[in-house]
Design a protein around this ligand. Structure first.
Ligand code: GCB
Length: 641
């Protein structure tokens, strides 16, 4: 009875969560669809006073830059002209494209013209990979809407608004920091503004596949066939062996959501290389859940096998490259495909190696993740906001497990309902975008947030949202700790009770004492759960040398790594590390002349690619890593995390 009651309450909370957060507007599978790339040079007007949308009384102007007007005759007064304005490249942050924009925080108007030869009867959407931090979009003078949050994709339907020739698209992008936004006023990274990811006009049939999630179910064989309920469709599995109780039989589960369907539609999900095809029918609203059994080689860092997955519905067909794996925890263990794994990781920002600024291309993502591979990692923490899709797709290909997070960072407006709504929207958009990425195993809901009732409520709502949206991954947060006495630190953040994996940030040897403090410190945890030390580190300027007690020298940083690693190995429930950080990154909080010069120097690699001594220390440790043997495994509970 008690159990039933709990389940009921959980379902209600999750139900509330779903009801309150609108479905993400971005279309899945955007890249594989027809349409027009709007990447390239856009005209820009820099507008620190919001003159393009407000008049001299700060009231909205009926005619602003969004009209993209040109004088009708020689007497007409138009005080702007996009066509004669300078350009910026999209995708790209504005800060690193022009020296005078490095510190700019405010509004920049983007404009470009384009033609669009669409097929008769099709629908059209304009989709943005990201606009930092908020955007308002107009097409041919019509306001399409707004988007808040600088790291996740969004779209607007433009069917009937877009025309064959000379469309004008105008985007007002504003990166002003705000106390109620996410992130809020204070971060230790650069506030890059602009259309930082690609923009596309996408063409779809009338009824199209808006989203499809195809993942391995959390349950594992044996007897999984019996768990496929009749409601989840009928499987046709040519070539599939009659007995499914064998090791490589896997239960694939998922959902498909159509847009534009007014009656049930037949949907086919196919994994050609696994000879699996499954047919289901949507309900009236165009949604369907499905489950079927297939023989799939599991995705893992050692063998990052990806399959083409084809989904068809009516006239629409989409393809994705998907890996299949399970991840769950049992006591202090993290189990990947049912086997205990230690996460040999590194944290990283999304900054392009060599030039700084937002990394935007596949090559830039691969360069960063390539360094992580060189370090011997099987895991990366993508701090402190959702990185671009190129990054998680590259992680899928390279076999790197991913911790993905939203910028609920340090101090934010915990009691503000708009802030909570913004966090939930960013989380929903992040999960919708990367729900098919095998690499992503951890959703993090916050970083170093100060414990209070309001904060606990806020973050628990996000944890509930994750669980309602995605039961194929784990939930974590980077937590703080406190000293019990001079030799003992304790992790007992009350949020820990709601998480699957405890992220722990600690800076013993840098902000917290000198490196030798590591030698005498013992860590305790209030929870029987896996700990991933999500940050530790020390600043070092590449090429700066001194003894191991000289701040900012490579030797000091290397010493912190050596002592930290020796200390952390003694934590019985340690199941992973992601030290801070792979590469030096820009931060306005780091002014020390001649050393920092506006860069956080905790990178193992300098921004121009020079490896520091600590890179070798961590690489050598990962080569020979042998944490304490994990406790023997009891048989897994059916639905245990
Ligand atoms: C932290 C933050 C990270 C900072 C880092 C530092 O705890 O989570 O964003 O950059 O410390 O270098 O101080």
């Amino acid at each position: 009875m008690a159990l039933l009651l709990c389940a009921g309450i959980a379902a209600t909370a999750a139900g509330r969560a779903r009801a309150a957060t609108p479905e993400p507007s971005a279309l899945a599978f955007a890249d594989g669809r027809g349409g027009v790339s709007l990447d390239g040079a856009w005209h820009v007007i820099i507008d620190p006073y919001d003159n393009g949308s407000l008049d001299y009384r700060s009231q909205p102007r009926p005619h602003g830059y969004f009209d993209d007007a040109r004088p009708r005759d020689k007497s007409d007064l138009v005080e702007y002209d996009f066509a004669r304005s300078p350009t910026l490249q999209v995708p790209g942050d504005w800060n690193t494209q022009r020296p005078d924009l490095l510190y700019y925080e405010g509004t920049i108007w983007y404009e470009r013209r384009f033609d669009a030869a669409l097929h008769e009867g099709n629908r059209a959407f304009v989709q943005f990979g990201a606009a930092a931090q908020r955007a308002t979009v107009w097409l041919n003078g019509k306001r399409l809407g707004d988007h808040e949050g600088g790291f996740t994709p969004f779209a607007f339907e433009v069917t009937g608004i877009v025309r064959a020739r000379d469309n004008s698209i105008v985007v007002k992008v504003d990166n002003t920091r705000r106390a109620e936004a996410l992130p809020a006023l204070n971060t230790d990274w650069w506030n890059y503004g602009g259309l930082t990811r690609g923009v596309r006009l996408i063409e779809t049939p009338r009824t199209f596949i808006r989203a499809a999630r195809v993942q391995l179910a959390r349950e594992e064989p044996p007897s999984l066939a019996r768990r496929v309920s009749s409601r989840e469709g009928s499987g046709t599995l040519p070539g599939f062996p009659s007995s499914v109780d064998q090791q490589d039989a896997s239960l694939v589960r998922g959902t498909v959501r159509l847009d534009g369907a007014r009656a049930p539609v037949t949907v086919t999900i196919e994994i050609p290389d696994a000879h699996a095809r499954h047919t289901v029918t949507t309900d009236e609203s165009g949604q369907v859940r499905f489950a079927f059994v297939a023989t799939l080689a599991p995705w893992s860092p050692e063998s990052p096998r990806l399959y083409d997955v084809v989904v068809r519905a009516g006239d629409d067909r989409v393809t994705d490259r998907i890996g299949f794996r399970t991840i769950r925890t049992q006591g202090p263990n993290i189990l990947l495909n049912g086997k205990p794994i230690f996460l040999r990781g590194i944290s990283m920002h999304e900054e392009a190696l060599g030039r700084g600024g937002r990394a935007t291309t596949r090559a830039e993502a691969e360069a960063l993740l390539g360094l992580a591979k060189e370090l011997g990692c099987n895991f990366v923490r993508l701090a402190h906001y959702p990185h671009g899709e190129e990054m998680t797709r590259a992680a899928d290909r390279l076999g790197l497990l991913v911790w993905s997070e939203i910028p609920v960072y340090w101090t934010i407006a915990w009691s503000n309902v708009t802030t909570l709504a913004a966090a939930r929207a960013q989380l929903a958009e992040e999960i919708a975008r990367d729900g098919n990425r095998a690499s992503v195993v951890l959703w993090s809901v916050g970083n170093e947030t100060p414990v209070s009732d309001a904060r606990n409520r806020f973050l628990r709502t996000l944890v509930d949202d994750v669980r309602a949206a995605d039961d194929t991954r784990l939930v974590t947060a980077a937590l703080e700790h406190h000293a019990v006495d001079a030799r003992t630190h304790l992790l007992d953040d009350p949020l820990g009770a709601s998480l699957d994996v405890l992220g722990l940030n600690e800076y013993v040897g840098w902000y917290d004492g000198l490196p030798a403090k590591c030698d005498t410190l013992t860590w305790r945890s209030a929870y029987d759960k896996p700990i991933v030390v999500s940050e530790f580190g020390a600043d070092a300027k590449a090429g700066q040398h001194g003894d191991a007690l000289t701040r900012f020298s490579e030797e000091y940083q290397a010493d912190v790594y050596r002592r930290q690693l020796a200390m952390l190995k003694k934590i019985p429930s340690l199941r992973g590390l992601s030290p801070w950080i792979l590469v030096d990154f820009r931060s306005p909080r780091r002014p020390l002349p001649g050393v920092q010069d506006g860069w956080n120097r905790k990178g193992l690699v300098s921004n121009d690619g020079v490896k520091k001594e600590a890179f070798g220390v961590l690489r050598d440790a990962y080569r020979t890593w042998s944490p304490l043997a994990p406790p023997p495994l009891a048989p897994p509970p059916a639905a245990g995390r």
